[in-house]
Write a protein that binds this ligand. Structure first.
Ligand code: PLP
Length: 387
């Protein structure tokens, strides 16, 4: 049967994150710190908005670009960050951030186009770039520079075929948050080399220790070069609702709307109404952020107290990215053995790119009790490795 599959389908492989998630399922007492999934319920006010929408008849197809109410809510939300987009033709409501990224890459990438992606970086960009016929080109970032993208490393990776840079701040997996000055330095290279930017901002509300979010799309020179991607998933604990958006130049959005018409028609109607409410009123966000911040501190302080492990304090998202080099294990060996011996699921840094080797990603979207128990098990594991 396999020979009947397309070459494109044959190229598709399961990502490292899901593989560990599936394996952890076999242990009853497993602690899941693998998947980036908020453990909070969706705030009740958002659920109530969806219920009202369902009762009011939002049970049908919507315009392919999404309900105007949702697009207007997104436009007002973006304006808080200094980004001006016309809801009529510069915003599309999509099936999650993933749907927006997929449509964007399909509309922007020709066979052979090169797309710059940070190394290490969330795995799905590379798979989606390849699916669009493009070539992911990895730009290294290093821990001693806070995992921050350096303009000179960016410049070195650009060729005649480079079309697009994917930026993700706050970052998955490193938790790094770019400052406005850093975004300016990156945009200088982007403008000079005539590139586009896909700015994935899905973690933009999850910031700690006074870190501030800036969108590269708010820089005046970047407005015509930036496609912003965001979603309700992480901000409002709405991963299962599958509502996201893209905002950018109308020529790009227009094509994404046609692609969406041919793919899924539209995002779920009641979910769009729920997201419209959520982006307008931001229910629960401050409270969830405070809980994540306490967990971040608990986890990073705990990790730094374990011999063989060291961890920078991330400024955003909900991932810690500690170095496990001193244990002498590769990141795959570390995660494999930690899961088998102590039933704690974390993700090998190497699955985010070669520069992730020597690190593991630990999601702290889990309770303080679970994190405390995970720290106890990681300590026992590290001690057994080092003994
Ligand atoms: N972008 C990044 C960096 C992510 O980590 C994720 C999910 O893990 C997404 C986008 C997609 O999220 P969703 O499709 O649920 O909006």
């Amino acid at each position: 049967m396999e020979q009947r599959l397309s070459a494109r389908a044959m190229e598709l492989t399961q990502g490292g994150i899901r593989a560990f998630f599936d394996r952890a399922g076999q242990y009853r007492d497993a602690i899941h710190l693998g998947i980036g999934e908020p453990d909070f319920p969706t705030p009740p006010a958002i659920i109530a908005a969806a219920e009202r929408a369902l009762q009011a008849g939002f049970t049908h197809y919507t315009p392919n670009a999404g309900l105007m109410e949702a697009r207007e809510s997104v436009a007002d939300y973006l304006a808080r960050y200094g980004v001006q987009r016309d809801p009529r033709e510069e915003i599309i409501i999509t099936c999650g951030g993933m749907g927006a990224i997929f449509e964007a890459l399909q509309c922007l990438i020709d066979p052979g186009s090169e797309v710059l992606v940070q190394n290490p970086q969330w795995v799905n960009y590379a798979a989606q770039i390849r699916l669009a016929g493009g070539v992911p080109v990895r730009v290294p970032v290093y821990e001693d520079r806070g995992f921050r993208l350096q303009p000179e490393d960016l410049e070195k990776s650009i060729t005649d075929r480079t079309k697009l840079l994917i930026l993700n701040s706050p970052n998955n997996p490193t938790g790094m948050v770019l400052t406005e000055a850093e975004l300016r330095a990156i945009s200088e290279v982007v403008c000079r080399r005539d590139l586009l930017v896909l700015s994935d901002e899905v973690y933009c509300e999850l910031l700690y220790g006074g870190a501030k979010f800036h969108s590269i799309g708010a820089l005046p020179e970047m407005a015509e070069r930036t496609l912003i991607i965001n979603s309700a998933s992480k901000t409002f604990a709405m991963t299962g609702w599958r509502v996201g958006f893209a905002a950018g130049p109308k020529e790009i959005i227009r094509k994404m709307v046609v692609l969406q018409e041919n793919m899924v028609s539209c995002a779920p109607a009641a979910g769009q109404m729920a997201a419209a409410y959520a982006f307008r009123h931001m229910p629960g966000v401050r409270q969830m952020r405070a809980v994540y911040e306490a967990r971040r501190d608990l986890l990073t302080d705990g990790l730094n107290a374990i011999p063989g492990i060291s961890c920078r304090k991330p400024d955003g998202a909900f991932y810690a990215f500690p170095s496990i080099r001193e244990t002498g294990l590769t990141s795959l060996e570390f995660c494999d053995r930690l899961l088998t011996e102590q039933h704690v699921a974390v993700i090998p840094g190497s699955s985010f790119g070669s520069c992730g080797e020597g690190y593991v990603r630990i999601a702290y979207s889990n309770s303080e009790d679970a994190l405390t128990e995970a720290l106890r098990r990681i300590r026992a594991f590290a001690a057994s490795v080092l003994s």
